[in-house]
Design a protein around this ligand. Structure first.
Ligand SMILES: [Fe+2]
Length: 158
């Protein structure tokens, strides 16, 4: 909500997106895959291997069916809060960055990212993509192409 105020996004939309973005995170892997298949949300074979990556897109469909939230911007922000995507909208960027700097986060560099988020949302988002990709590399995790595309797109825009 603070970032929404700072960058002129709809504060109530940011509030709902913040509250509901992880609505599907604790679902069992099989259930995430089942719901994602039903809604045709699977875009990459990697998502079957790492079903947790589906919790954003699945949450975006669940909040419509369960809470009757049809707001396209809120649903989109929730859908892309884990992987990012090319050409992200203002609320998409705010939710992605807010998720990385919320008060419960504590990792090296979080304070720097918090300060950056207050002055330059795009640079904060780029830093967020870079640190997410770096983390996956260091852990030898698979990289999702959507995050690489999101990062490249943003970098070229900047
Ligand atoms: Fe999440």
């Amino acid at each position: 909500m603070q970032l929404a105020q700072r960058y002129g996004a709809r504060i109530e939309a940011a509030r709902l997106a913040g509250w509901l973005h992880d609505y599907a995170r604790d679902l069992p892997a099989e259930r995430l895959i089942e719901l994602a298949e039903r809604a045709h949300l699977i875009t990459c074979t990697l998502e079957r291997k790492v079903p947790d990556l589906l919790h954003g897109p699945v949450a975006a469909t669940l909040i419509e069916s369960i809470f009757a939230i049809t707001d396209a911007e809120i649903k989109q922000a929730i859908a892309v809060h884990t992987l990012g995507t090319e050409n992200m909208g203002l609320l998409d960027k705010i939710l992605y960055v807010a998720d990385l700097i919320e008060p419960g986060r504590n990792y090296p560099g979080v304070e720097q990212l918090r300060r950056l988020a207050e002055v330059n949302l795009d640079q904060a988002l780029l830093t967020g993509f870079n640190q997410t990709l770096r983390y996956c590399l260091e852990k030898n995790y698979l990289l999702h192409p959507q995050t690489i595309q999101a990062r490249n797109y943003l970098l070229e825009q900047i």
